[in-house]
Design a protein around this ligand. Structure first.
Ligand SMILES: CSCCC(=O)C(=O)COP(=O)(O)O
Ligand code: ZN
Length: 209
């Protein structure tokens, strides 16, 4: 595990910003270190311009352990990262971005599961089946973020998601993975799938299970 993952997080954030998935201050990224604490983006930072001081180190129970700049507050969505790390101990990175396509596809369904197209890219999210019928979990977007985190914990306690990703309606995707590099890959795959779903709908193509 990376001793200090902040350079990986800065690199990914710049990349996602350039792709329009972390416009302005949108999104937040975190990665764990060996003692199980995690570095997370401080709230309200411009995601195209992060520096090492723009992060806060947090324990799994939410205490601030290290804060390089007194004005920093942990991401407003830290409780979601805590929920993911508590549910999936093998997760070492958790990335959340806001793309236009993620918001669009979250409106294509009014229930809790987004059917995913049976495309080759699913292998990158761990689905190695022929014509897979898999879903991405969808959660409602509450103003109080801990409510979203609680809904995630309650659902995933009993239902293991098909893919290491979840969608918050009208908000964005959150992915998790064993390393920052794998989380970056998962974001790119999830966003590719969202673009595919939007394009398939425009083309009148149906793949609903
Ligand atoms: C303009 S982004 C609104 C808040 C949000 O959804 C987000 O991802 C960024 O919040 P943070 O506190 O992590 O900067
Ligand atoms: Zn967000």
């Amino acid at each position: 595990m990376n001793t200090d993952p902040r350079q990986s997080l800065i690199h990914a954030s710049r990349q996602f910003h350039q792709l329009g998935w972390m416009a302005g201050t949108a999104g937040n990224l975190s990665a764990k270190i060996a003692d199980n604490s995690f570095w997370i983006t401080a709230s309200g930072k411009q995601k195209g311009k992060l520096v090492a001081e723009d992060f806060v180190r947090i324990s799994l129970t939410g205490e601030v352990l290290e804060n390089p700049s007194p004005q920093n507050k942990p991401s407003a969505e830290t409780s979601i990262h805590q929920a993911i790390y508590s549910l999936f101990p093998e997760a070492n990175a958790c990335y959340h971005v806001h793309s236009v396509e993620a918001k669009l596809v979250s409106n294509f369904i009014d229930h809790e599961q987004l059917p995913l197209p049976p495309i080759e890219m699913l292998k990158g999210l761990g689905i190695w089946e022929e014509n897979p019928k898999v879903y991405m979990p969808v959660f409602e977007n509450y103003l109080e973020v801990p409510r979203i985190a609680e809904a995630i914990v309650q659902r995933f306690k009993t239902t293991i998601p098909d893919v290491p990703a979840l969608l918050i309606r009208n908000h964005g995707v959150t992915v998790w993975a064993s390393s920052p590099e794998a989380a970056e890959n998962h974001v790119e795959l999830a966003e590719y799938i969202f673009r595919y779903i939007v394009a398939a709908r425009q083309a009148g193509l149906k793949f609903h299970h």
